[in-house]
Design a protein around this ligand. Structure first.
Ligand code: UDP
Ligand code: MG
Length: 310
């Protein structure tokens, strides 16, 4: 039996300590959504904020019945927060944006235009990112990974997206965790398009991504979509093997020509350190994959919900 879906748009917003921007975001977003003249819902997913974010979400819900809220027990991460939103989103089209007003809600109609043209997954891309060089290096990284899956130009893709429900449902039905969401969306094979949107500087507060969190996210990105690191380890190992052979040959020739030279203490120390490093590096890469496997096998939930306001 097919249920008639009355909600057209679901807006999913991950929130982590964004108390200062929620009110403004809600006002601006509501203005845009009302203008679209279709039933909509706004789903705030509080990813374990320690500030008053959830209280504000509750207030917003009390005043506006189009607004819903989910609260996690702790900080699980932006992607699990978006997945939680996807799991409850009832709209035909799901829009995701950041809570910090870096994705201007006024740009939503641009994304929807592409959806109307028949695309199923639309990414907002930034012409000019208001992020530092370190972050831009990360974007370059994700472009490399994504270009292996889709042909669309994914330079500077953002978390500002519009997605048809079919693609959202595919994503929520996957068992895989640690996902790199944009990559997974491309992987589903639905028609991907990109559209240029504005990227504002952060309204208030600072980025919720520490360097550590960023590196973890990039590792996720690479490890869940490529075997490249494993190959680097293999080729690196081979290369070092060849190097070791050459070195042996070199010392043998030296010995035959000059006899015993200075005892090669330094050489040994350097080589041992070098190879120990190489081995550790390869083990680390293997560990990344094995760690993921073990997490998948344990099959823990991606997030735990403390509270829902509907
Ligand atoms: N966010 C989240 N959980 C986290 C980190 C971030 O839900 O652990 C949310 C955050 O509140 C924001 C969005 O994800 O709505 C993007 O985060 P942020 O603006 O800090 O990232 P940046 O713009 O620096 O990439
Ligand atoms: Mg931001």
């Amino acid at each position: 039996m097919e249920l008639k879906n009355s909600i057209k748009y679901s807006v999913v917003i991950p929130v982590f300590n964004e108390a200062e921007s929620l009110q403004t975001l809600h006002t601006r977003l509501t203005r845009v959504m009302e203008a679209l003249n279709e039933p909509y819902e706004i789903i705030f997913v509080d990813d374990g904020s320690s500030d008053s974010s959830f209280r504000i979400i509750k207030d917003l819900h009390d005043k506006d019945k189009n607004t819903r809220g989910i609260r996690f027990t702790r900080n699980f991460g932006q992607h699990p927060a978006i997945m939680a939103g996807f799991n409850v989103a009832a709209g035909d089209i799901v829009i995701t944006l950041d809570a910090d007003l870096q994705n201007p809600p006024e740009e939503i109609p641009k994304l929807l235009e592409k959806i109307d043209e028949g695309c199923e997954v639309v990414f907002g891309v930034f012409q000019q990112r208001k992020h530092n060089a370190f972050r831009r290096a990360g974007s370059w990284f994700s472009k490399r990974v994504l270009s292996r899956i889709v042909s669309a130009d994914t330079t500077n893709i953002s978390c500002f997206r519009a997605i048809r429900a079919c693609a959202v449902h595919q994503l929520t039905s996957l068992k895989e965790k640690n996902v790199f969401l944009s990559g997974m969306l491309c992987w589903t094979g639905y028609k991907v398009a990109t559209v240029e949107v504005k990227h504002d500087a952060r309204h208030v507060g600072k980025t919720k991504y520490s360097t550590f969190k960023l590196i973890a996210r990039w590792t996720d990105m690479v490890v869940s979509f490529t075997d490249l690191p494993l190959r680097i380890a293999i080729f690196g190992g081979l290369l070092l093997g060849v190097f070791a052979c050459a070195l042996t040959l070199y010392y043998l020739i030296q010995y035959l020509i000059h006899g015993y030279g200075v005892p090669g203490f330094a050489t040994i120390v350097i080589l041992v350190t070098f190879f120990a490093g190489a081995q550790l590096f390869s083990l680390g890469i293997l560990g990344e994959y094995i760690g993921r496997m073990s997490r998948e096998v344990k099959n823990r939930p991606e997030y735990i919900i403390r509270e829902i306001v509907n």
